[in-house]
Design a protein around this ligand. Structure first.
Ligand SMILES: Nc1nc2c(c(=O)[nH]1)N[C@H]1C(S)=C(S)[C@@H](COP(=O)(O)O)O[C@H]1N2
Ligand SMILES: [Mo]
Length: 320
């Protein structure tokens, strides 16, 4: 993964006149206020406030009370290799993704395989706000106010059978919409997986929004996984397929560089990446100095109490 990043100004993403005009239109349409009570300080360093259609969401008791990064940080500093390997590339390039209409196929070891449309998802599952820290394996982090719902609720609906032990996820494969897939930087489509107990854990969500708005394309529209105790690469974006399996499924980063990226990818300050330390992380957006702030990385990204028991008896330096 590359470290090179130059933050694009909003004026580089959209011609200035268009984004100003769009902001006026949104204001006129009553989108100025969100459904969630957000303190003005949350948006203080945002060049543009949250955009896109509002999603009604209730505050989850499983949300943290961390101060979220700004909309601008969250939507302009991304990893989404389908749109380029630079941190600013997804914000510039992801407009070619057609996030609507969208369908997710659920198959494999389930009694009732089938499909679910995004509209069904939005009307079936009550949406919640979950503020989680996203800890990237590249040793930076930010705090994101996700909108989403427990993955377990969706999986249960398709009735997993007794052979189901893992869940395999797949991102859309369409080099027309995702120009980064024309280059062999990763095996495409991007795939990820969880053990069934990890997938059914109440902290694991499918996210449909950020800051009370639909997910911007660069953050994985219209539907992406968020597993807060694992490195960010487990949180696969723009999911089209969820398959319950008996065997541990392949994962893109493990396929690409197996010595550096394992299946489990639990945030673990004691297990260094072969090329850098995981003991601390650079906090995006909060730096008073040019080089930003650092914080010590928490085991399981702060969720040890809730998730460590799932790994009892496993050597987590071997199962990294
Ligand atoms: N399909 C897909 N999903 C992906 C990635 C990707 O390149 N492709 N990058 C991952 C990595 S490395 C991280 S850190 C997070 C970043 O999510 P964010 O851009 O919303 O912060 O998305 C993850 N999901
Ligand atoms: Mo990442």
């Amino acid at each position: 993964m590359s470290y090179r990043y130059k933050q694009p100004k909003p004026s580089e993403i959209t011609p200035e006149s268009i984004y100003k005009r769009r902001r006026e239109l949104l204001k006129a349409a009553g989108f100025g206020a969100t459904l969630l009570p957000l303190s003005p300080s949350l948006m203080a360093d945002s060049e543009e406030g949250p955009q896109g259609s509002a999603i009604k969401a209730s505050k989850s008791p499983l949300s943290s009370d961390l101060e979220p990064n700004s909309w601008n940080d969250i939507t302009t500093y991304n990893n989404f290799y389908e749109f380029g390997t630079g941190k600013g590339d997804p914000a510039r390039n992801a407009h070619t993704l057609q996030a609507k209409p969208w369908t997710v196929t659920v198959s494999g070891e389930v009694d009732e395989p089938g499909q679910i449309s995004l509209e069904d998802v939005m009307s079936t599952f009550p949406m919640e706000e979950r503020i989680y820290r996203l800890r990237c394996v590249e040793a930076w982090s930010m705090v994101v106010p996700w909108v989403g719902f427990p993955l377990a609720e969706l999986i249960k609906r398709f009735k997993p059978n007794s052979r189901a032990k893992y869940v395999a996820f797949k991102t859309l494969y369409d080099p027309q919409q995702m120009p980064g897939q024309r280059r062999a930087v990763l095996p495409w489509p991007y795939v990820e997986g969880l053990r069934l107990d990890e997938a059914m854990h109440p902290l694991t969500i499918l996210a449909t929004g950020i800051y009370g708005r639909e997910l911007p394309n660069q953050n994985g529209a219209p539907l992406r996984l968020v597993v807060p105790w694992k490195y960010g690469f487990k949180s696969i974006k723009s999911i089209v397929s969820i398959e319950l399996t008996e065997e541990q499924p392949p994962t893109s980063w493990n396929l690409a560089i197996p010595s550096e990226y394992g299946f489990y990818a639990n945030v673990n300050p004691e297990v260094d990446h072969p090329r850098w330390s995981q003991a601390s992380e650079r906090v995006i957006g909060s730096g008073f100095s040019l080089f930003g702030n650092r914080r010590e990385t928490d085991p399981f990204n702060g969720y040890a109490e809730q998730v460590a028991s799932m790994y009892k008896g496993m050597d987590l330096s071997r199962h990294f």
